[in-house]
Design a protein around this ligand. Sequence first.
Ligand SMILES: NC(=O)C1=CN([C@@H]2O[C@H](COP(=O)(O)OP(=O)(O)OC[C@H]3O[C@@H](n4cnc5c(N)ncnc54)[C@H](OP(=O)(O)O)[C@@H]3O)[C@@H](O)[C@H]2O)C=CC1
Ligand SMILES: CC(=O)[C@@H](O)[C@H](O)COP(=O)(O)O
Ligand SMILES: [Mn+2]
Length: 427
Amino acid sequence: MTPELDSATGKHPRRVVILGSTGSIGTQALDVVASARGLRRPGEGDAAAGHPPLSVTALAAGTSNLPVLAEQAVRERVAAVGTSGTADHARQLKELIAQRASGEGLTGFTPEIFHGPEAATCVAEHSDCDVVLNGITGSIGLAPTLAALHAGTPVALANKESLIAGGPLVKQAAAATGLETPLIPVDSEHSALAQALRGGRSSEVDRLILTASGGPFRGMSRDQLTTVTPQQALKHPTWDMGVMVTTNSATMVNKALEVLEASLLFDVALDRIDVTVHPQSVVHSMVQFVDGSTLAQVSPPDMRLPIALGMGWPHRIPGAAASCDWTQAAHWTFEPLDTEAFPAIELMKHAGTLGGTWPAVFNAANEQAVYAFHRGEVNFTTIVDIVAVVVNEHEGDTTPRLEDVLGAEGWARNRADQFIAQRFSAR
Ligand SMILES: NC(=O)C1=CN([C@@H]2O[C@H](COP(=O)(O)OP(=O)(O)OC[C@H]3O[C@@H](n4cnc5c(N)ncnc54)[C@H](OP(=O)(O)O)[C@@H]3O)[C@@H](O)[C@H]2O)C=CC1
Ligand SMILES: CC(=O)[C@@H](O)[C@H](O)COP(=O)(O)O
Ligand SMILES: [Mn+2]
C-alpha cells in the first residue's frame, strides 16, 4: 500500500515499525515521532529541513504493559500490533484498544493483532514500512531483525543482541537487501561511529574507540564488587535504560557486546577497537584515522538523538535532542578500564575471535546470569564468571545456520542455569 502524501510537506512520510515500543527505546522513539509531528508547520518544517515526516505503522511488545501498548496503538493509528503473549493477552489488548479508541470517539479502528512468541517477527515481516526500529531486549530480537532484512526493510538497530547472537547471519541478510544502509546503528556509541564515518572515511580508519561510562561501580575492586546489590547495579550514572542493559553496563558486559557490535557493523577487527572510560557520557565514541586525527561525536546523554537519526537516516531530525551548552564550563575525563575488576571485554574479544556460535553463547549465558542476579541467586561478580565457564566449555560451530545458533543458545542457557543452581544450593 502506498502511503498517503503528507499534507504539510507533500512527501510520503517515512513509515516506521517500532518493536519493543513500551520499553525505554520504544517510548523515546514515540516521543521523537510526536515531537517531529509537533515541529512541523503547514508547508514548512520537515520539508524545509529536508527530512521526511515520520509515521508509525505497527508496534510490538511483550505482555508487561498492554495498556501502554494499546494507548500507543490508538495514538499512532497503527495498522498492526503484536504482543508476545497468549491468545488471552491478544483479547485483552483488543479490548483495551477498543476502549481507548471509543474514549477518543474513534470508530472502526481495528488494527490487526498478532500474538505469540513470533508476533514481533510477523510484525517486522508483514508491515508496510520504510524502517523497522528494533528496541526489543535480548537475543529474542534476532528473529525480527532477520525477518525485516529478509523483507528488504532497513533495520534501525538498538537490539545489539541480534548482531551478537546472529552476526554472520544478520550481515548476510543485510547484504542481500542490496540497500546502501541496511543496518542503521541506534546504540549511542555506534551511532557516533557511523556519524564520524559518514562521507566514505572507512578506508582511512586506524582504530575505533568506544567510550564507557564506567557504570555505577567505576573505581571498585573485584573484592568490593562481590557484595553490590541489584538496586545499586540499576543506578546508572548517566542513562535511564531497561534492566538488562543497565545491569550489563554495571558489569561492562554492555561494552563487551558493543565492541563486537562495532566490529561487525564497521568491519574493523577486534584488536583495532579500544575502550576508554568517560564518566560524563558526552563523547559517545571516536574514530582514530591513519594520519593521527580523531573524530568524536558529542552531545548530552540523550538516546532520542541516535533514535531519531536511526529512524530518519540519513536525515537528521531537527530538535530531536538538546546540544551541548558551550557557554558553560564543562570537563570531560577519560581513564583506562580496570580489566581485572571488569574482565568482560577481554572475554568477549576471545569469544568474538572464535566467532560462530561463541558470541551467542556468551550473550545467552549472560542473560540467564543477569536474571539470576536480580532474583538474588548469585552475586554480581558471578555473572561474568558464569559467562566465562559457559564460553570456555562451549564446543561451537564456526559457520552456524540459524538453528545452530538457537541450539547453542539453548545449551548455554541450560548450562548457565545448572551453574546458578549449584551456586545457589551451595550457599
Ligand atoms: N534503553 C537505552 O537507552 C538503550 C538500549 N539499547 C538496547 O536497546 C534494546 C532495548 O533496550 P531497552 O529499551 O532499555 O529495554 P526495555 O527493557 O526498557 O524494553 C524492552 C522492550 O521489549 C519488549 N519485549 C520484551 N520481550 C518481547 C518479545 N518477545 N517480543 C516483542 N517485544 C518484547 C518489552 O515489552 P514489555 O514492556 O511488554 O515487557 C519492551 O517494550 C536492548 O537491546 C538494549 O541493549 C541500546 C542503547 C541504549
Ligand atoms: C546509551 C547507550 O548506548 C548504552 O548502551 C550506554 O552505552 C550504556 O552506558 P555504558 O557506557 O555505561 O555501558
Ligand atoms: Mn551503548
